[in-house]
Design a protein around this ligand. Structure first.
Ligand code: UTP
Length: 285
């Protein structure tokens, strides 16, 4: 049973400068909720009750979002009878969620960020990892991570979420080779000419503990960073790791285009925004 998710949030977020000069990318809102909160909610729906935030010493606001609400603000909203806002404030963190914060002193890569959480998951058979800026909008079920956690509980198989990408984009992703649904090899950011497929890994992982041990030995790889892909690749011969083709739509909220798409898609579903937005869109188009 997977009970812990690692959320690496210590990256530099350079593609969103100047917004990320002082606001962490993971706190940027899609409509009215920060990306971090969508991820925590998806993990909660997967039955996960322990979040390990791998943070940078320079991104304090992230921890603040997961702390209990400010009692003064609670009192103020209660006194004014603003129940909707109170619900939004108190609902920001599921009651009973355990949050552990560990630091990644320097952004040395995703594999290094995950490795920084090793003590928090020690003794567990496996763990989940979510990339908060990969926002997966699944309106049909409990969500991508829930399906992956259920697969592990049912069959024992570990998994990575994958989706097909245009071949010219393989150099932005980890790319997998498959035998059936089993992942047999994985390479980080291959050039389109040498990519083993166009199936890219996106930010949901349910991994065996062996990956953490493998990360002890991973050296800097693609882009000079310590890559999670290399840690996973090292265990593929011994561990059954499957490709999970998820339901729903992934928005790459680490890019401005994906972030804009997510905001438009969710605003068009928001009861208060949908009608005025539909009326206004033809005007701007
Ligand atoms: P990204 O590569 O998308 O994020 O990492 P980034 O490096 O912050 O962004 P850009 O490319 O400069 O715009 C995916 C996730 O992994 C975290 C990031 O915070 C992000 O949420 N990450 C990445 C770490 O925690 N540590 C790292 O060393 C690298």
């Amino acid at each position: 049973m997977i009970s812990t998710v690692i959320l690496p949030v210590a990256g530099l977020g350079t593609r969103f400068l100047p917004a990320t000069k002082s606001v962490p990318k993971e706190l940027l809102p899609v409509v009215d909720k920060p990306l971090l909160q969508y991820a925590v909610e998806e993990a909660w729906r997967a039955g996960i009750r322990h979040v390990v935030l791998v943070n940078s010493p320079k991104k304090a606001g992230l921890e603040a979002h997961l702390r209990p609400a400010d009692p003064e603000l609670v009192a103020e909203l209660t006194a004014k009878g603003k129940q909707d806002l109170l619900d939004a404030l108190l609902g920001a963190v599921p009651e009973g969620l355990k949050v552990t914060v560990v630091m990644q002193p320097q952004a040395l890569g995703l594999g290094h960020a995950v490795w920084c959480a090793r003590e928090a998951v020690a003794g567990e058979p496996g763990f989940a990892v979510m990339l908060v800026d990969d926002f997966i909008d699944d309106t049909t079920g409990p969500g991508c991570l829930a399906d992956m956690v259920a697969l592990q509980a049912r069959t024992g198989a570990w998994s990575l979420a994958v989706e097909e990408v245009p071949r010219e984009h393989t150099n932005r992703y980890g790319v997998v080779s498959l035998a059936g649904e089993r992942i047999t090899a994985m390479v980080e950011k291959p050039a389109p000419e040498v990519a083993p497929s166009n199936l890219a890994v996106v930010g949901r992982y349910v991994l065996p503990a062996a990956v953490m041990t493998a990360l002890d030995h991973v050296k800097p790889g693609a882009g000079g960073e310590i890559q999670l892909t290399d840690g996973i690749a090292a265990v593929l011969a011994d561990e059954q790791v499957q490709a999970h083709r998820f339901a729903g739509v992934r928005y790459d909220c680490g890019s401005k285009f994906g972030y804009a798409q997510a905001n438009i898609a969710l605003a068009l579903r928001d009861p208060a925004l949908a009608a005025p937005l539909r009326a206004w869109l033809p005007e701007v188009l």
